[in-house]
Ligand binder design. Structure first.
Ligand SMILES: [Zn+2]
Length: 333
């Protein structure tokens, strides 16, 4: 890791309160331990102190997994397909309901994929007919997305100087929001970049999951210190509501492998959870899958999906001015 890490202590990134209580202290491989706190006012869990904006990049080396996922695709072949073949491909590659960012598609549209990583999701959405732009704060990732899939990319985050107001029909943030320092700034910029009526799709790990309750520091969705924020349905809804977005859908989505991965991590670290019956069972792959289904049935899945809409502008007719009102106004001036 090059250079010193700048650590900053912050107020609650969601509501601004200073009423934190300590939830966990997790030893780090090197340097200071990671301290997770919960806000006593709004319930958001967050890392505090946390690496500042200038030094967070140290935790995202070029081999970060999100910059390498997906499959190489012959983009030229997809571009040259006729409409029928493209529809057939779209049907086969359409995001499942369990996808992080499955969004309704209505014919044509411009889509911005925030945190595009290796670009596989952006490529899939382009295959469905979207006109896609990828955005990633890693120049390496953005270059990968362009090289592997021919995706047009921008380097940076939201807000971004090259993104015009009302220029997108949909914005997707799959497993992104938990990584950012200022979630309000990002959502406000997304709202501005969406046309009225446009859709914002967000997926984040679910801090109110069975996985976190059982495995705590070893829960796969925790990923400290990369995940600065840890949302529940309540705190995620609070965030989007603060920006006047209308929530179209908020549901839990399973991450089938996470309980098993959490259990194996707990075992590696010799955590108490690895010695519980649940911890032992979750290390057996088929059992972990069943436990994961049980978590879904009981509303404790490992991740959350939220679809929100920027409200369309409703144009009302100019109110009729009666002479009395006009006179009254003038009199008041
Ligand atoms: Zn708060």
């Amino acid at each position: 890791m090059a250079g010193p890490i700048g650590w900053e202590t912050v107020s609650c990134p969601l509501c601004g309160a200073n009423r934190e209580r300590e939830l966990l202290v997790v030893p780090a491989a090197e340097g200071r331990p990671f301290r997770l706190v919960g806000c006593g006012a709004c319930g958001l869990a967050y890392l505090n102190p946390r690496p500042d904006v200038a030094s967070i990049g140290h935790f995202y080396p070029d081999d970060y997994h999100a910059y390498h996922g997906g499959h190489d695709l012959d983009t030229g072949a997809v571009e040259n397909l006729g409409p029928r073949a493209r529809r057939a491909l779209a049907w086969r590659t359409a995001p499942a309901r369990d996808s992080f960012t499955a969004i309704p598609y209505c014919g044509q549209g411009r889509l911005l994929d925030v945190g595009c990583g290796s670009g596989w999701y952006a490529a899939r959405m382009r295959g469905l007919g979207w006109d896609v732009v990828g955005l990633d704060f890693s120049a390496f990732a953005a270059a990968q997305a362009t090289r592997r899939y021919g995706i047009r990319t921008l380097v940076g985050t939201l807000p971004h100087g090259d993104i015009a107001p009302e220029s997108f029909d949909a914005i997707t943030m799959g497993m992104v929001l938990e990584h950012v320092h200022d979630p309000h700034r990002m959502i406000a910029a997304a709202v501005k970049a969406l046309r009225p009526g446009g859709l914002l799709a967000i997926a984040v790990p679910n801090f109110a999951s069975l996985g976190y309750r059982i495995f705590g520091a070893d829960w796969w969705g925790l990923d400290l210190p990369l995940h600065l924020l840890h949302f529940t349905p309540t705190t995620l809804l609070r965030l989007v509501a603060a920006h006047g977005l209308a929530v179209r859908e908020c549901r839990l989505i399973p991450r089938r492998s996470w309980l098993g991965k959490s259990a194996r991590k707990a075992k590696e670290r010799g955590s108490p959870a690895s010695r519980t019956l649940f911890g032992r069972l979750a290390r057996i792959r088929p059992v972990a899958s069943l436990l994961s289904r049980w978590a879904d049935w009981t509303g404790q899945s490992d991740s959350l999906f939220l679809l929100a809409q920027r409200l369309p502008v409703i144009r009302t007719a100019e109110p009729q001015r009666t002479p009395t009102v006009a006179l009254g106004r003038r009199a008041a001036e």
